[in-house]
Write a protein that binds this ligand. Sequence first.
Ligand SMILES: Nc1ncnc2c1ncn2[C@@H]1O[C@H](COP(=O)(O)OP(=O)(O)OP(=O)(O)O)[C@@H](O)[C@H]1O
Ligand SMILES: [Mg+2]
Length: 218
Amino acid sequence: MAIRSIAVINPKGGSGKTTIATSLAAHLCFEGFQPALLDLDPQCSASDWLAQRPADLTPVGQAQAVYKNEILKKVRLPKACDALIIDTPAGLAEHNLKLVLKQAQSIIIPLVPSPIDMRAAWRFLQQLVAMKAIVKGKNKVALVANRCKTRTMIFRELTGFMDGYRFPVIARLRETQNYIRAAEGGMGISELPSWQAWQDWEEWEPLMHWLKSSDSTP
Ligand SMILES: Nc1ncnc2c1ncn2[C@@H]1O[C@H](COP(=O)(O)OP(=O)(O)OP(=O)(O)O)[C@@H](O)[C@H]1O
Ligand SMILES: [Mg+2]
């Protein structure tokens, strides 16, 4: 059986890839999966998160990338693993983007409401919609609005921008210190107490719903 595989991609730095990848790992633990994270970023933020993860929480494994001449050749999974989450770096090179697409069924693209980020995202999404794997439906792509401040003009612009694509918008995540607190402790948002993070739990529901639906797999 092919394992569940999800990549979080946006070549623009700071859009929330690692935040979403790590919180997703925690969510999958809660759903009964044995997830592993593949950290393709030389900054190693996802690996740092793994190192911080408390021993009393469900463990998240670490997958290893095998490179040849800086090109991703294959992925080594830990023994017990039924879900792979790939955290990609800013500025992911096109050849590695293609290889990541080969490894992942579902692609989550976090977008932040900021003019500079949206321009960069536009270029990336233009590149993505033209890629063979996407055209042929070999990867299922979804957008996540991250760091949302819903009553702002720029959030409305981001909403309009996202609606311009055929990719579904599967979640709108608010800007909150909860993500920073959770990440510092090697946790996901689902592992913070409900009094603190209930709103964020609710915001993650449609994202998890999409990942569990057949819409997210080829
Ligand atoms: N919804 C959010 N609310 C508040 N802070 C957030 C949110 N999402 C991300 N952040 C913060 O924004 C910063 C950038 O997020 P993150 O590291 O996840 O982005 P990234 O896309 O992985 O960046 P890079 O491209 O450098 O790898 C971090 O400090 C993170 O804690
Ligand atoms: Mg990152």
